[in-house]
Design a protein around this ligand. Structure first.
Ligand code: BTN
Length: 333
């Protein structure tokens, strides 16, 4: 079965390209071309078909390219980057051999993984989906606050790329505050914030030796509206919120910032980034319900973070610390 992405690479938005020409270029049958391109919509892109002329994209796809990406990386970067068209999950793939500084980015995931066992959807050419392997010689003990540090690094980079409204929900959801007109009453958690990105950190290594960590990041540069029905959370788009970077420029910017920020985290831990994280925290000092996986709910005011990155919640019977990221937060109106 031909990977439809290989075929989509033959198309652009300026010309119609005939199925016969694609078949010849790729050495496949005309029937395989039409079968593969029949699935184009599942990638979140729109394809125009004209009989006698062939296929044309509604919009050019901003493909990832190593040459372009390198222009946006610091010259002394140690990162080793691999690009792929289709993977089941970049995290899953990189976890098989997580070498320090290796990055795996892809155009499409067939089984993208989100936090709390959820799946992660990205659109072709409209998302960034990548994983970075990093080794911590201090072992798992060195990792307290890592997911928060990564959230702060990514959110700060997005602000620098023009997304002024980006913020963080503990532990590391990347949210956009939507304008007041979009935030009509109802459940405030689902109406006035839209998720534009997420971070999934997975680990290998035993309790005593070095820890190999895979940091997976998914960002919606654009997001097909009709996919919203498949999600239990409002999704948003970074381009609609002012993102100026192309996909390659943003990936380069993020990788440069992660390389530098993880170096600093390795030296000094999360504490120096705590104030920055709180300044990006969308629900700082607000009232929330914290819902555990078994449904148990605690209500309180979010005071911010403790030094180890746990969440400080002021309940009616005093301050509590939330350590586990397995909880869901719901803001109260
Ligand atoms: C979340 O649920 O908020 C985390 C989403 C993380 C998605 C990214 S996309 C690249 C990497 N590969 C995966 O399978 N997941 C992460």
């Amino acid at each position: 079965m031909t990977d439809p992405i290989r075929l989509l690479r033959e198309l652009d938005a300026q010309h119609f390209t005939s199925g016969t020409m694609i078949a010849e270029r790729l050495g496949i049958s005309r029937a395989s071309v039409s079968t593969a391109l029949a699935q184009a919509e599942q990638f979140g892109i729109t394809l125009e078909r004209r009989s006698g002329a062939g296929y044309r994209l509604e919009q050019d796809i901003d493909w990832l390219s190593l040459d372009t990406l390198q222009q946006y990386l610091p010259p002394d970067s140690i990162l080793h980057i691999t690009l792929a068209d289709t993977l089941e999950s970049s995290n899953r793939q990189l976890l098989k051999n997580p070498q320090h500084g290796h990055v795996l980015a892809c155009e499409w995931q067939t089984g993208g993984r989100g936090r709390l066992g959820r799946r992660w959807l990205g659109s072709l050419g409209g998302s960034l989906m990548f994983s970075l392997a990093w080794q911590f010689n201090g072992g798992p003990a060195q990792l307290a606050g890592l997911s928060l540090a990564v959230g702060a690094i990514v959110a700060q980079s997005l602000r620098e790329a023009g997304v002024a409204q980006i913020g963080l929900k503990w532990p590391n959801d990347l949210l956009l505050q939507r304008d007041a007109s979009a935030a009509q009453s109802g459940n405030p958690d689902n109406t006035d914030y839209a998720k534009v990105g997420g971070i999934l950190i997975e680990m290998q290594g035993d309790a005593l030796g070095p820890a190999q960590v895979v940091i997976g990041i998914g960002l919606n540069l654009s997001f097909p509206h009709h996919w919203q029905d498949e999600l239990d959370q409002q999704a948003g788009s970074l381009q609609a919120a002012g993102l100026r970077d192309s996909r390659n420029a943003l990936l380069g910017r993020l990788l440069g910032a992660l390389e530098q920020g993880l170096g600093q985290f390795t030296q000094s831990g999360f504490a120096p980034m705590l104030a920055q994280w709180e300044s990006l925290h969308v629900w700082q000092m607000q009232m929330v319900n914290v819902i555990a996986p078994d449904g148990q709910t605690q209500t309180g005011q979010l005071l911010g973070l403790a030094a180890d990155g746990s969440l400080r919640l002021l309940c009616c019977d005093g301050e509590k610390l939330i350590h586990t990221g397995d909880v869901s937060l719901r803001r109260l109106a």
